[in-house]
Design a protein around this ligand. Structure first.
Ligand code: PRX
Length: 633
């Protein structure tokens, strides 16, 4: 029996929450018991937040793919596991039953093995949203290889950094990808990246566009050649609960992205538990998460969470605006989607179009709506709830992070109350607290503070790949004995949480995380640039836009040329997703006498609010502020 741990009423939620605090080990052990283990664990939890060292289900043996696939074969073998909708609505969709998915994953796993991948090897996946991406991820998990999926919008340089950090042995990719009306040469980006990646021995290329691409002799092979005659059975590797399942790179407040590590047992339990409870998943649901598998949302809620639950998950290759702004709603009607999970940035962009794009579809099948990735503003919340959900569907605003593995604070659809633009209550098993900047806990309501967690949950980050100290410094050192999320939050008079946004130097652009330092580092690569400072500012569509203040070696003749060049540098170093929206050329930056940039001032300028810049007397050169104010874009 799967999904037997589902909280159905508010009373049950309250009971479960209480138990999860009083007896966390008993609470999680009962949930873990509903999964398939090769060997049960010896100890449910061992932890300290000082090192940090967190182990869940110690000594337990399992393979997550046996839980995603094998265990469903008897009862759900002919049920749809995956529906794939292509970018172009004129191209035919493809469906895979659990049995077919199982066979595809096994075959892919055998192809990996045949090409030398072994348990513990790191495999980088840089692929478009095609079924083979899902098979590839699970194939790695099947044989105990550690997958590191890199969103296919990152540049060659960004990919190379991640491959080298992980020491990946293999890259899985495709010839090209479709994105709306564009086609993008993916393999060419991989070739460029691999010029600086000595650890990569093999590249497997999946055909998507039918392009003739450069194939390096001895290194590159086509998937369709390799899979010929390969068995559809592949025994699953036995994994320890704490063996690494995957690495996923995300941005922090320093220039270098960090490889967040999740492990097999805890992540599995947390992905399924949160999926089933937050969306109140039922056996007949058709579930669609619009996130790319290149992000954590795609990992947990397109792939692992739904498959662990025996659900039918929909994967969409395209974008919300192609061929028109009604594409999401057309797909919902086409497949009878009942649970729909997307990002506020998508909602905001669709809101700006003609309302008929929504009203011309029935959307009758929808039961539950979800939001993820950034704070959803009230206007977007109401539009989504009214026009998409017809005021009939509960809207769950799910707060979580790459590091948390799954949803942490959210209402449970139809079970716990919701409030527009509020993530609401913690899930049972999650113990959030708000602290002051000195780390003291704020216990009362109607307050604001830094959001921390005081107790581990199974999906918590275990380490940052290859650099455990970085993990400690980033999350466990700011406030002693606590996991610090980097977010600020409010708690209202009734205990509802509302996430305000990052309090560190991380910005959230269209639900994608970037460190300001990472973008500055990219900008500084431009030969004309001496120094730069990047801040976020409120942006109607993206949530936050990127505003760069740049000092140049000499005053450029044509500022527009220089701006275009700087943008090109960022696209080359990170990818199009990190393109600055505004670039202001300045002669100096507001710095304290100790040389620290006062970002508070830059943020105000970027926001267009220069009426009160606060105390500028500690600045080395206060005049620079007037110049920046005058030149503001
Ligand atoms: O600032 C929070 C914001 O996104 C950050 C995590 O980003 P990432 O690791 O890329 O994961 C995104 C998908 C889980 C958080 O620190 N964030 C995420 N969800 C919400 C949110 N902010 C407000 N409300 C949310 N529902």
């Amino acid at each position: 029996m799967i999904n037997n741990y589902q909280i159905k009423t508010f009373e049950q939620y309250q009971e479960a929450y209480k138990r999860s605090v009083e007896d966390p080990e008993g609470f999680w052990a009962d949930i873990a018991d509903t999964f398939t283990w090769r060997k049960k664990w010896d100890k449910t939890l061992e932890w300290n937040f000082e090192e940090p060292d967190v182990k869940w289900f110690k000594g337990g043996k399992l393979n997550i793919t046996e839980n995603c696939l094998d265990r469903h074969l008897k009862t759900r073998g002919n049920k749809l596991a995956l529906i794939w909708e292509p970018n172009d609505p004129k191209e035919r969709f493809v469906r895979f039953t659990y049995k077919e998915m199982y066979e595809r994953v096994c075959q892919f796993a055998n192809v990996l093995k045949k090409n030398g991948v072994k348990k513990g090897d790191r495999v980088c996946i840089y692929m478009p949203m095609i079924p083979e991406l899902a098979f590839a991820v699970l194939a790695c998990a099947r044989i105990g290889a550690i997958h590191s999926v890199i969103f296919a919008g990152f540049s060659a340089v960004a990919m190379a950094d991640r491959i080298n950090d992980a020491g990946a042995k293999m890259v899985l990719t495709s010839d090209g990808l479709n994105r709306g009306s564009k086609q993008i040469p993916v393999k060419r980006v991989v070739d460029e990246a691999l010029e600086t990646c000595p650890s990569v021995e093999k590249v497997i290329v999946v055909e998507r566009l039918g392009w003739a691409v450069n194939m390096v002799e001895g290194r590159d092979v086509w998937y369709h050649d390799e899979v010929q005659g390969v068995s559809k059975e592949c025994p699953a590797e036995e994994m320890d609960a704490e063996d690494m399942l995957f690495i996923l790179y995300t941005s922090g407040s320093t220039g270098k992205p960090k490889g967040v590590v999740h492990t097999c047992g805890g992540y599995m339990i947390y992905a399924q538990y949160t999926f089933s409870n937050v969306f109140q998943y039922e056996e007949s649901d058709i579930y669609w998460c619009t996130a790319d598998i290149g992000w954590i949302t795609g990992h947990t809620y397109l792939l692992y969470g739904p498959l662990l639950s025996g659900a039918t998950t929909l994967m969409f290759e395209g974008v919300p605006t192609y061929p028109d702004m009604g594409r999401f709603w057309q797909v919902c009607d086409k497949f009878g989607v009942s649970i729909f999970y997307t990002a506020p940035t998508a909602i905001r962009s669709l809101m700006s179009g003609d309302i008929d794009h929504v009203l011309s579809y029935s959307l009758d099948s929808l039961k539950v709506l979800g939001s993820v990735g950034e704070p959803i503003n009230e206007e977007a919340w109401h539009w989504y709830h009214t026009h998409v959900g017809k005021e009939r569907c509960p809207l769950v605003d799910t707060w979580w992070q790459t590091e948390t593995g799954g949803i942490m604070i959210s209402s449970l659809a139809n079970v716990t109350p919701t409030k527009p633009a509020h993530a609401a209550f913690p899930l049972p098993g999650i113990q959030p607290i708000l602290v002051n900047s000195d780390g003291t806990e704020i216990t009362e309501n109607e307050v604001e503070g830094h959001l921390c967690m005081k107790f581990p949950w199974p999906g918590i980050i275990r380490t940052t790949y290859g650099d455990h100290e970085r993990c400690r410094l980033s999350y466990f050192s700011t406030y002693k004995g606590l996991y610090f999320t980097g977010d600020g939050a409010k708690r209202d008079e009734n205990g509802y949480y509302r996430i305000i946004g990052r309090v560190d130097d991380v910005i959230n652009v269209s639900g994608h995380r970037f460190g300001t330092a990472e973008i500055e580092e990219a900008i500084n690569h431009n030969e004309h640039v001496v120094e730069s400072a990047v801040v976020g500012y409120p942006h109607d569509l993206k949530g936050q836009g990127i505003y760069a203040f740049v000092i140049c070696k000499e005053k450029p003749e044509r500022e527009d040329y220089l701006r275009a060049e700087i943008i090109e540098t960022v696209v080359e170093k990170i990818g199009k997703i990190a393109k600055p929206d505004k670039i202001q050329i300045v002669s100096g930056l507001p710095k304290t006498r100790s040389g620290k940039i006062m970002r508070r001032i830059l943020r105000k300028v970027a926001e267009g609010d220069t009426s009160n810049l606060g105390d500028t007397s500690t600045l080395l050169d206060p005049d620079v502020v007037d110049e920046i104010k005058e030149g503001a874009l």
